[in-house]
Design a protein around this ligand. Structure first.
Ligand code: PLP
Length: 350
């Protein structure tokens, strides 16, 4: 047998979950709303051309739509198949075997998985709870000398916290010119704060974003990077030739024009977060403040995720431990199913 790289065989496989028996799918931080009709139509029109590779024109139109939305120049934006693929390209272009890669201890799973696939040395930055938010401990940020790349998801998945103040990050970017700072803004639309100006002002910063969340296009796999041209150039080289399909590009272009849809979705998510925050507290659980489309909740007992699943409600177990769940703001109906099931599960303990 041909021997693969040993560190590849030690990396975990990302296994999507099954939804057999699930009626409320609140574990993937997706938008619960189907896409607007005109987005569907745009994708359908391109399906009829699936015999052709995506051409330059459609990709240019996508870049233009993204640049317009992000209010950056066309050369400062680079799309790929989900922000996952952008992150993967960052590893391919910037990280060597043995390099230090730094990221929050509880953060988006792919920083760790890609580090291991690359044979890099992950350094997990400890976090602490301040009030009802999480932060990266300041002492963890005192020496970033060993970090070739520093990833921060802002807001962070699974806590929903921004983790590090923008001012502190700005200082770090100035001080560590040899470190690439990747600010993962997958939940930007819910938070409203961006560090894109930092990326446009410094060659060692890349912002990543996605249309999988607030734009409701998770299956279409469209994400993008915002950075200076010199920081994007290595990523362009690392990406495969046709990372985005024609239907995906067309859906993304149509969705990017419809800002009202996103605005309304973000408003709904905000309302549901307040509702769930209040109700779970009444039930004796501890929710944390979240700037994204989900809530991290500390339960008074273990095993809640499994018991909810048995009742048809999928929430996410988290690396914080057995008592913690992450729940996505789905439709009002799904959220009610979650709250009712949780009441039952927590009521059972007495
Ligand atoms: C912080 C963060 N970054 C990136 C992603 C990946 O998004 P995409 O669908 O664009 O690959 C996710 C998805 O959950 C996420 O939570």
């Amino acid at each position: 047998m041909v021997r693969p790289k040993p560190w590849v065989m030690e990396a975990p496989i990302y296994r999507p979950r099954t939804y057999r028996g699930i009626v409320a799918r609140l574990d993937m931080n997706e938008s619960p709303n189907p896409p607007p009709e005109h987005v569907l139509r745009a994708a359908e029109r391109e399906l009829a051309r699936m015999n052709r590779y995506p051409d330059v024109e459609i990709m240019e139109a996508l870049v233009e739509a993204l640049a317009d939305y992000a209010e950056v120049g066309r050369e400062e934006v680079l799309p790929a198949a989900g922000s996952d693929m952008v992150i993967r390209a960052i590893f391919d272009a910037y990280v060597d075997r043995g390099d230090g890669v730094c990221f929050p201890r509880y953060g988006f799973a792919m920083y760790s998985i890609y580090s291991r696939l690359t044979g890099a040395r992950p350094r997990l930055l400890d976090m602490s709870i301040v009030g009802d938010e999480f932060r990266v401990r300041e002492e963890e940020l005192e020496d970033l000398g060993g970090c070739r790349v520093f990833f921060i998801d802002r807001p962070n998945n699974p806590t929903g916290s921004p983790l590090v103040d923008a001012g502190l990050l700005r200082g770090m970017v100035e001080e560590y010119g040899e470190t690439l700072f990747v600010v993962d803004e997958a939940y930007y639309e819910y938070y409203g704060e961006t560090l894109k100006d930092l990326a446009l002002g410094h060659g060692n910063v890349i912002v990543t974003r996605t249309l999988s969340k607030a734009f409701g296009l998770a299956s279409m796999r469209v994400g993008y990077a915002i950075a200076r041209e010199e920081a994007l150039d290595p990523l362009r080289r690392a990406l495969p030739p046709f990372p985005i399909t024609r239907p995906s590009a067309a859906a993304a272009i149509a969705a990017l024009e419809d800002r009202g849809y996103v605005y309304e979705h973000v408003r709904q998510v905000g309302q549901l977060k307040s509702l769930v925050y209040g109700r779970v507290r009444e039930m004796g659980a501890r929710p944390y403040r979240s700037r994204a489309n989900f809530l991290l909740i500390e339960m008074p007992v273990e095993g809640v995720e499994r018991k909810l699943r048995e009742r048809g409600v999928a929430v996410r177990p988290t690396v914080l431990g057995e008592r913690w769940i992450r729940v996505t703001m789905g439709t009002r109906g799904e959220v009610d199913l979650f709250l009712n099931a949780l009441e039952e599960v927590l009521g059972e303990r007495t």
